[in-house]
Design a protein around this ligand. Structure first.
Ligand code: MN
Length: 343
């Protein structure tokens, strides 16, 4: 088996098909870092970091400057000892998206060497997963049009962004429900509500006879008390996203009994913490979903193989690559909306 010969970083910028609006942020493009790991036997593995300043405090420029440091950290280590590389790169906790990309690229290189796809290295639990698609914040008309289009495209799970205007959000849910009956909903406030607003929201939705499968991150990341308050006063399962970045965050959420769901994102946790969170959630009887930042097909590939390999997720919110313009498809998977198949 080969030893790590070099780790190279490359910047790739992608434009969104249309501006992606969530609580407190509108994105028109995303700049990601492609990570290329080359072994001394010629095998090459690829990963992608999609940094988030909003969630992780990461800036692309700062991450990009780590290339030499990363080479010094893991050069010469054998790919088959990838756990050693995970432990060493766990030191990059302040740069979780680049940690994820490096860890995945090492697995990908190992996968090439042993001619076994990454999802099988991670357990081979499934070969097919279903993704949702997201309606971002917009005017009522825009939200309705998006809902209709997404439902007609064949998505059964619809993610709805809320959190900037309680009244408009309730109205939007009512209208979206009318034209997408039979769909499942994940509603994500991206920290936009106060605990009391969140309770008002779920009560109104419940009163209209609408079911929500996951009510994601209603309140600010650090407000664990608030999250717990919403959980115990909501008829719907409540999930943590921005509150759950590392396995240490999840440990606290479990101890506080603050949520029903954890949204794992490789960009927040890397492969190493994500693996830990999967087992912690099982032990604590928590449910899991998997999400993404602004990954292209190269980065979504990582989450698809992780999700299929572990088979741990009730919901897969892996639609960023479906919302950006890409010249070339880079995934080791096939798409048949709403499914992804690992290959
Ligand atoms: Mn979220």
């Amino acid at each position: 088996m080969g030893k790590i010969k070099s780790v190279r970083f490359k910047l790739n910028t992608f434009e969104y098909e249309k501006p992606f609006h969530i609580t407190g942020s509108i994105s028109t493009k995303t700049t990601n870092i492609e990570v290329v790991v080359e072994l001394d036997n010629g095998a090459i593995g690829y990963g992608e970091a999609s940094p988030s300043f909003r969630v992780n405090g990461e800036k692309v420029e700062a991450l990009f400057a780590l290339e030499q440091t990363v080479n010094e950290m893991i050069k010469g280590i054998n790919s088959k000892n990838y756990r050693q590389i995970f432990d060493i790169t766990d030191k990059l906790f302040a740069f979780p998206s680049i940690k994820a990309a490096i860890q995945y690229a090492v697995l990908d290189a190992f996968s090439v060497e042993i001619n076994t796809p990454v999802y099988q290295i991670l357990g081979g639990a499934r070969e097919k997963i279903e993704t949702d698609k997201t309606i971002s914040i917009g005017t009522l008309e825009e939200r309705i049009n998006d809902a209709r289009r997404i439902f007609e495209e064949g998505f059964n799970v619809i993610k709805i962004k809320v959190g900037e205007n309680l009244k408009e959000d309730i109205k939007a849910l009512e209208k979206i429900y009318e034209i997408t009956k039979g769909a499942k909903y994940i509603v994500d406030a991206n920290m936009g509500y106060t605990p009391k607003q969140a309770i008002t929201f779920v009560n109104e939705i419940y009163r209209m006879g609408i079911d929500i499968n996951v009510f994601e991150q209603p309140v600010p990341a650090q407000d664990i008390e608030g999250l717990k308050f919403v959980r115990f006063n909501s008829p719907f399962p409540v999930g943590a996203d921005e509150s759950a970045k590392t396995k240490f965050d999840v440990m606290r959420l479990i101890k506080e009994e603050a949520v029903d769901y954890i949204n794992i994102k490789l960009m927040k946790s890397g492969i190493s913490d994500a693996l830990a969170i999967v087992e912690m959630a099982k032990a604590a009887n928590l449910h899991l979903m998997i999400g993404c930042m602004g990954e292209s097909s190269l980065g979504i590939n990582q989450s698809i193989h992780f999700a299929a390999g572990t088979g741990a997720f009730d919901f897969h919110d892996l639609d960023s690559s479906l919302m950006i313009k890409e010249k070339k498809f880079r995934g080791k998977y096939k798409t048949e909306i709403p499914y992804y198949f690992v290959v």
